[in-house]
Ligand binder design. Structure first.
Ligand SMILES: Cc1cc2nc3c(=O)[nH]c(=O)nc-3n(C[C@H](O)[C@H](O)[C@H](O)COP(=O)(O)OP(=O)(O)OC[C@H]3O[C@@H](n4cnc5c(N)ncnc54)[C@H](O)[C@@H]3O)c2cc1C
Ligand code: FES
Length: 295
């Protein structure tokens, strides 16, 4: 995870195009798989929010690289874990591959979340497979900021999409929402955020009324979100710039390194001007208040 000072992507970024071998693959929910990849030639690191491009076909000249967030990285064994949902030809092919299959991988890609150093109350809001970078971030915060109070809100259409086994194995407590009401709150994950955000803001007002020290904020210091565009747009609406918030975007991508401009995202700069950024190279993590969501 970057510190605030490191937020800008380095100009001279190095990418590696390597081989990695499948060392395990398990279905953790219907059509959701966790794949483990051994990548012994990579001696770098990953921060929460970063991703890899994985070649999801076996044709020699095929270019079916697909972006996937890092779910976990075990540096000592150079093992990458990815959570993927089967949605089309590439992920369908991937789930059929046995252990030992060697895949091409491009890494490390993208920037990372920048949780403020002093953040004590953090909310992570995930929808669907947006859970992957959030689990990485939650585990990272537990290891590096044990004093931080982290609230994990997870939403999906139905119970299966919540990937509850992932939370159980990571020993992460979460509040859940399903659109069909099959588990947790019957509705949207953003309903949960709205309730908590309103409650936090009320607590903050009370605290400020009782104390002249406005630095003793009871609200969230930082919010991260990843999931469907409509979900992240709603988080933006709820937060309204009242605390630092970041969104990890999941645009469709091709090259993954800023060369093809196939993943351009509209950004509103601080002075109101509109700019274009590549999600793969300038992102995928952006300040939430700067993202112009086009739905
Ligand atoms: C930075 C980043 C991180 C990602 N992390 C993950 C992850 O951790 N786990 C995961 O399962 N998926 C993740 N995705 C989405 C993943 O890349 C796509 O699901 C995958 O490329 C689909 O490949 P396919 O060949 O199976 O499907 P395709 O045949 O290419 O598409 C099948 C369907 O999926 C939709 N789709 C494809 N790509 C995307 C996308 N990027 N966003 C929304 N819908 C899409 C298509 O519109 C189509 O309806 C991420 C995407 C990005 C950009
Ligand atoms: S995917 Fe090519 S510029 Fe982002």
């Amino acid at each position: 995870m970057n510190t605030e000072a490191q937020a800008a992507p380095p100009k001279n970024r190095r990418y590696f195009h390597l081989d990695c071998a499948i060392i395990g693959q398990r279905e953790i929910a219907q059509e959701h798989f966790v794949i483990r990849l051994s990548c012994p030639e990579y001696d770098g690191d990953f921060s929460p929010g970063q991703f890899v491009n994985l070649k999801c076909d076996d044709t020699p000249y095929g270019r079916l690289y697909r972006p996937f967030s890092i779910l976990r990285y075990h540096k000592h064994s150079r093992t990458i874990e990815i959570l993927y949902k089967v949605v089309g030809s590439g992920t369908m092919w991937l789930k059929e591959q046995p252990e030992g299959t060697v895949l091409k991988i491009l890494l490390p890609l993208g920037n990372a979340f920048t949780v403020p150093n002093g953040a004590r109350r953090v909310a992570l809001v995930a929808g669907g497979v947006g859970i992957a970078p959030m689990i990485f971030l939650a585990e990272h915060l537990r290891n590096t900021r044990p004093q931080a109070d982290v609230l994990f809100l997870m939403g999906a259409r139905a119970k299966d999409g919540l990937c509850i086994p992932l939370f159980e194995e990571a020993r992460i407590d979460a509040e859940y929402a399903t659109e069909d009401g099959s588990f947790g709150h019957n509705g949207l994950v953003t309903d949960l955020l709205r309730q908590r955000f309103t409650a936090s803001s009320a607590e903050q007002s009370d605290a400020q009324a009782e104390s002249s020290d406005s630095a003793q904020s009871q609200g969230f210091d930082y919010i991260a979100c990843c999931g469907p565009t409509a979900m992240m747009a709603e988080v933006q609406h709820i937060v309204e710039g009242r605390c630092k918030a970041e969104a990890s975007l999941e645009e469709r991508m091709a090259c993954g390194i800023g060369a093809c401009f196939g993943c351009v995202q509209t950004i509103r700069e601080d002075d109101g001007t509109i700019a274009r950024a590549t999600t793969c190279r300038d992102g995928p993590v952006f300040p939430l208040d700067k993202v112009v969501f086009e739905q």
